[in-house]
Design a protein around this ligand. Structure first.
Ligand SMILES: *[C@@H]1O[C@H](CO)[C@@H](O)[C@H](O)[C@H]1NC(C)=O
Ligand SMILES: *[C@@H]1O[C@H](CO)[C@@H](O)[C@H](O)[C@H]1NC(C)=O
Length: 403
């Protein structure tokens, strides 16, 4: 029974790992276009899961683009812009796509954003044509169009690009404000028209995005999955006499590898934090530091564990379980906080919810099974007086430790 559930969990986990590795290799190169149009370059932009395909014709400084992103809400907007005068939003010559609220048809409009307070539809400082919007079945949108790159920018060979996604559109194309998470604020960089490379906001945007993904995966797998899984093993497997002492080794392996992977992920988080000037995620960071401390204490507590029949063993158990549950709760909480910060594609958060949800369902089922087994054992031992906690031969194997 327990082993079939364990196998099921392991299968779920490996399926998830498969999803991750698949997702990491998913890049703009696998995207295709309805009209078989080909662009010479494609870029996985460093934030907001956005992609830019483009072809630049140097002879007449014409830039042909296809920009793909997913609005932050289903009736939202996506935007791509060149900023000839700065790096931020003020001055951005923007192409914005959304579903027209009155006709429900995809439309692309231009916005000459003179300041943060004035985002209204207007002509751009340079010529744009062939503008078209498309909505894909996965909820993402695409802006297609051609831009006449002004002489001064064409001479430099690079332009400042900026992109964004927002939640909704009001009457007359009034764009609702986008979120102000790092992923939104970092959505800018340089675009090298000739070599087709992009620079992130703070140099090396691509590698930073990669680091963030690694940070997210390491921590989700360790704090978010391995540790809860190991806790389930410890709490439920030991009810089954046949699983003794295997459960202990499985538990120890799970928690120890969870700790090692988790501390590595924690290190990448500290590095990311020290590199991110300006924006701080104090909550996520503090929980991370607390987790590291609690988990380290937990690991070292193993070495001072009293023997099974020692009078202090029950205190040690309470402490070990209490700390363990605190680590689980904080760990899962921080994984979700991390999802909100990194904002990966929705499917990653959904995949994690499915995994952690299945673990929860398995735990509830095992909890019920454990109590049934305990009551059965108790009734078959009913000739012996019930000692209020444990019932026979000094073993605490049957009793899940209630915290
Ligand atoms: C620029 O040149 C390309 C091909 O050389 C052509 O398709 C495009 O229409 C030209 N654009 C302008 C604005 O002349
Ligand atoms: C775009 O906005 C700037 C600043 O308000 C203004 O100077 C410029 O003339 C505008 N361009 C067009 C084409 O309206």
């Amino acid at each position: 029974m327990a082993s079939s559930l364990t196998i099921k969990t392991i299968l779920t986990l490996s399926l998830w790992a498969l999803l991750i590795s698949h997702g990491l290799s998913l890049t703009c190169t696998s995207q295709t276009f309805t009209n078989n149009k080909l662009y010479t370059h494609c870029l996985d932009l460093p934030t907001l899961t956005s992609y830019l395909h483009f072809t630049y014709d140097e002879s007449n400084t014409t830039l042909s683009i296809a920009f793909i992103a997913t609005p932050s809400k289903s009736n939202g907007w996506i935007a791509w812009a060149i900023n000839p005068t700065g790096t931020g939003m003020a001055g951005a010559q923007s192409l914005v796509a959304y579903k027209d609220p009155s006709t429900a048809a995809m439309t692309v409009k231009t916005y000459n954003i003179s300041s943060y307070s004035s985002v209204v539809q207007s002509k751009l400082d340079f010529e744009v044509w062939d503008l078209r919007g498309e909505e894909m079945s996965d909820g993402s949108m695409m802006i297609l169009g051609k831009v006449k790159v002004p002489e001064e920018l064409a001479a430099k060979g690079t332009v400042n690009q900026i992109w964004q996604v927002g939640p909704g559109v009001g009457t007359g194309g009034m764009l609702e404000k986008h979120a102000f998470l790092t992923s939104n604020l970092d959505a800018k960089g340089t675009l090298d028209l000739k070599s087709g490379e992009s620079g992130g906001a703070s140099s090396g945007g691509g590698s930073r995005a990669k680091k963030k993904n690694i940070h997210g995966i390491l921590n989700t797998v360790s704090w978010g999955i391995l540790l809860p899984f190991g806790a389930i093993i410890a709490r439920y497997l030991r009810t089954f006499e046949a699983a003794d002492p295997a459960w202990f080794y499985l538990h120890a392996i799970c928690q120890f590898s969870g700790y090692v992977v988790g501390v590595t992920g924690w290190g990448t988080g500290l590095k990311l934090g020290s590199e991110s000037k300006g924006v701080q995620y104090t909550g996520h960071r503090n929980i991370g530091i607390a987790l590291f401390c609690l988990a380290t204490v937990q690991i070292f507590a193993l070495f001072i564990r009293p023997k099974k029949d020692h009078k202090f063993r029950s205190y040690w158990n309470i402490y070990h379980h209490g700390l363990g549950y605190a680590i689980l709760i904080l760990g899962i909480l921080n994984v979700f906080k991390g999802f909100d910060i990194l904002m990966p594609e929705k499917k990653w958060k959904s995949a994690y919810i499915i995994v952690i949800g299945s673990l929860a369902v398995i735990a509830v089922l095992l909890e019920a099974i454990t109590w049934i087994i305990i009551f059965k054992r108790k009734s078959s031992n009913s000739t012996k007086p019930y000692d209020g906690y444990n019932n026979n031969n000094g073993s605490n194997r049957q009793q899940p430790v209630a915290i």
